[in-house]
Design a protein around this ligand. Structure first.
Ligand code: 5AD
Ligand code: SF4
Length: 469
């Protein structure tokens, strides 16, 4: 860690202590503990950020609630990758306003990707002026300071910057699961796919130092974590820009060597950067989960070029089939976008051809959403909604048919599952996750949570299994 980052961490820890004093005084006055709730939208990165935000709130002395209903402080950690994420937040803010009218003491905060987008930030300030605190992705680490100002009575705290100069380590974290954890290995993205707002709201790529990552994972393992997911927008370019830093495959190997870590996952891989070294590393160590998320976006070489994806249909298919050849028990999943400007039915045929050839175990299909400030948003050849709908339905049907067929290939096998939860809807059942990321429900006691147990996959129900021990 850089000297300046160590100092920044110390400052933030001091702010947590000061907030804790303020909360204690408040509790003495009112006779009750203040409650807080963190609502998360979007990807795994945001989920991990929310664990950090929740950790700070609890360290300061808030009681954390699942629900926003009775919370004195509500924090929305937002996403803006597609417009429906923005609309979802505005819906939630409408409800928050309703509750704030009944309880004017209630505090509302918005952070994360959405306010990094200038027009969304303006809209928040103008139309949602009851929001007391807004901060972005680059200064998430300074949340203790903002919280302190809020608890001292300051309102309309707006803190957005357009870059990060530090990576602050070692602030408190409240993990959702005691036995598994996400671990950031890098932040931001340099790829600038022409539809994507992520590089604009999360900034340029910055890798954490491997020594810090490995220390964090050793500590996690020491506290009972058995599965880690290494998180980055493009993990295959890990280490770029840090002189002498190890490669991503080497980092994976070192994580696997840590005592107590039994499973390692990672997310996300850009196909253009996926190396043979990585494939051989996964193949060689079964601690590395048999799941690879390899976003396709489109199967048309022309559309891929316009998206700035930097691979062709053929290169992608060769890579995916090679991975399946080398590691036959790997599950491949993907992201596919439909309705990118200029996309024709023939382009969609190409996408369908890739799906039929690669045969994904699962695929997330998205309708293209115009994001302000990206090159694709200003193109005049936006696809009419009825054609998008028709294409989307075609792609979705193909994905579902092939994924169903793929899921069946595990039928009858006995595979290790990490038990994550009791099953809410089936009494006496627990839910586990296989190395290939599939879910299996099977009869078992809650005491199995956190254990890795062999489960026989009895019956495939589309995207999950019913199993037995
Ligand atoms: N519209 C629709 N989907 C998008 N994604 C990223 N940007 C957009 C957009 N503007 C999808 C991509 C990416 C996933 C996380 O979100 O498929 O892989
Ligand atoms: Fe967006 Fe492309 Fe970066 Fe993924 S790789 S975050 S799609 S710009």
């Amino acid at each position: 860690m850089k000297e300046s980052d160590i100092l920044a961490t110390k400052d933030q820890l001091r702010f947590i202590e000061e907030s804790s004093e303020l909360l204690k005084k408040n509790e003495e006055r009112s006779g009750k503990k203040l409650t807080a709730s963190v609502i998360t939208f979007g990807c795994q990165m945001n989920a991990r950020d929310s664990e950090k935000l929740a950790g700070i709130l609890v360290s300061a002395g808030f009681e954390l609630l699942e629900d926003t209903e009775d919370a004195d402080f509500v924090l929305y950690n937002t996403c803006t990758v597609r417009d429906n994420a923005n609309q979802k937040l505005y819906g939630h803010l409408g409800e928050a306003l309703f509750r704030k009218k009944k309880n004017p003491e209630m505090m509302v905060a918005v952070c994360g990707c959405l306010p990094q987008e200038p027009s969304a930030f303006e809209k928040l300030k103008k139309s949602y002026s009851f929001v007391d605190l807004i901060f972005g992705t680059h200064n998430l680490y300074a949340f203790p300071e903002y919280l302190n100002r809020l608890l001292s009575g300051e309102r309309h705290i707006y803190e957005i910057t357009d870059h990060s100069d530090s990576i602050v380590e070692d602030l408190p974290v409240l993990r959702k699961y005691p036995f598994k954890s996400g671990v950031n290995i890098m932040f931001g993205c340099n790829n600038f796919c022409t539809y994507c707002i992520v590089p604009h709201v999360r900034g340029r790529e910055r890798s954490r130092e491997s020594a810090d990552i490995l220390d964090e994972i050793r500590r996690l393992a020491g506290s009972g974590v058995r599965e880690v997911m290494l998180l980055g927008q493009n993990v295959n370019s890990y280490g770029n820009g840090i002189e002498g830093e190890i490669s991503f495959p080497e980092l994976l190997k070192r994580v696997c060597d840590i005592d107590g870590i039994e499973r390692v996952r990672f997310m996300t891989s850009h196909p253009k950067d996926l190396s043979e070294e990585l494939i051989q590393t996964i193949k060689a160590d079964t601690k590395i989960c048999r799941h690879l998320h390899l976003p396709l976006q489109s199967g048309s070489t022309r559309v891929l070029k316009e998206m700035n994806r930097r691979y062709t249909k053929e290169q992608y298919m060769d890579l995916a089939l090679h991975i399946k050849d080398e590691i036959p028990d790997i599950a491949l999943t993907t992201d596919i976008m439909v309705g990118f400007p200029g996309e024709t039915p023939a382009d969609v045929d190409d996408t369908i051809d890739v799906i039929n050839t690669v045969k994904y175990d699962n695929a997330f299909t998205f309708i293209y959403s115009k994001r302000m400030g990206t090159p694709a948003a200003v193109r005049e050849d936006q696809v009419p909604p009825d054609l998008v709908k028709e294409s989307f339905d075609r792609v979705l049907k193909c994905v579902q048919d092939t994924a169903r067929e793929q899921s069946l290939r595990w039928q009858g096998q006995t595979l290790p599952a990490l038990v994550e939860d009791v099953n809410e809807s089936l009494e006496g059942y627990v839910t586990g996750r296989l190395s290939n990321n599939m879910i299996v429900h099977f009869p078992g006691p809650a005491s199995l949570i956190g254990d890795i147990v062999p489960v026989k996959l009895e019956e495939c129900r589309g995207f999950y299994y019913m199993g037995s021990r």
